[in-house]
Design a protein around this ligand. Structure first.
Ligand SMILES: [Zn+2]
Length: 314
């Protein structure tokens, strides 16, 4: 009897144990459910991310398709979103006329640079991500009736930084234009010289400008288009020496960043400092042209600048 009551007790304990264990198990399931709810929520957030983009200027959710059709310009407030170099080329030229040059040129890690990641691994990662070999796309094409040499920078490739490849590709583009008596158009967007290449990147400033000097000597037009952002070494070289300097609305254009200037000069900066609008008022740039208007305006300017010459087409 005693044994049976003993076993009953143990049975009682055994039953108590599972009775105790289920609550944490239930608790676990509720905990398991919570993350599931959370993932469901994040999924809900992800869906609009793929279809809609929030405009940083007017906070409107813009339908991506609408944005693409409008050349990545907000349909509500005309904010100009970043655009890839290939999309830019497409938006400007006559279909099928772009002949890319030096497409395979890639940077050499001359300094054997290693920071958080090695320069080589960064280059490879950006090449995979953007499908570009470096931060500029160059080639000849037709814009309206004009054959031109066109260079378009891409901010997505290492912040559009100018290393030896960007400098060399642009220099070759300008030299080809000089040889063939063609106008040059360069659309810039850049954080400046590429520090991974040290002096080699800084040398590109002088090299591109020297090539442009020969181009100017041949009395050929060069139009520089500044897009958000165009700064530092690029702004201090080829981007600011155009016969005509155009800019997209709201683009940030400058050499050093506003914080550095403020700290150095110890003075308050005027409102709108380093914007395209501010620089238009102060005479650095000649016109602000919206992305949609850019192609017809370039054709107008080319008509005007090449009026005295024989037809650019040969
Ligand atoms: Zn907007």
């Amino acid at each position: 009897m005693a044994t049976s009551s003993f076993t009953k007790k143990t049975l009682g304990l055994e039953t108590a144990e599972p009775a105790v264990t289920p609550p944490p198990a239930k608790g676990n399931t509720t905990f398991a459910k919570k993350p599931m709810l959370a993932t469901a929520k994040s999924r809900k957030r992800e869906i609009p991310e793929g279809l809609w983009t929030k405009c940083p200027k007017c906070s409107t959710m813009v339908f991506d398709k609408e944005l693409d059709e409008n050349l990545k310009v907000c349909t509500h407030c005309q904010h100009h979103f970043p655009i890839s170099s290939r999309e830019r080329v497409q938006s400007l030229i006559e279909t099928g006329t772009f002949e890319e040059t030096d497409a395979e040129m890639t940077s050499v890690d001359a300094l054997n640079f290693t920071g958080v990641a090695s320069y080589q691994s960064k280059l490879r990662a950006y090449q995979r991500e953007t499908g570009l070999k470096d931060a500029v796309l160059t080639g000849s094409c037709k814009i309206g009736d004009h054959k031109v040499c066109l260079g378009v920078m891409d901010f997505k490739f290492l912040g559009g930084s100018m290393g030896s490849v960007v400098g060399e590709k642009l220099t070759r583009l300008i030299e080809r234009a000089t040889k063939k008596a063609l106008p040059v158009i360069i659309i810039s967007t850049s954080g400046g010289a590429r520090m991974y290449e040290g002096m080699f990147s800084l040398m590109q400033m002088a090299k591109t400008c020297a090539a442009l000097a020969y181009h100017a000597k041949a009395r050929l037009p060069y139009i520089s288009v500044l897009t958000h952002p165009t700064t530092a070494g690029v702004m201090a070289s080829y981007a600011s020496v155009g016969d005509l300097i155009l800019a997209e609305p709201g683009a940030m254009i400058g050499f050093a960043g506003p914080r550095v200037i403020k700290d150095t000069t110890q003075a308050e900066l005027p409102p709108g400092f380093q914007t395209a609008e501010f620089l238009l008022d102060h005479g650095l740039i000649d016109a602000i042209v919206t992305r949609k208007e850019m192609k017809p305006r370039l054709i107008d300017y080319l008509n005007y600048l090449t009026a005295g010459q024989k037809t650019a087409d040969a």
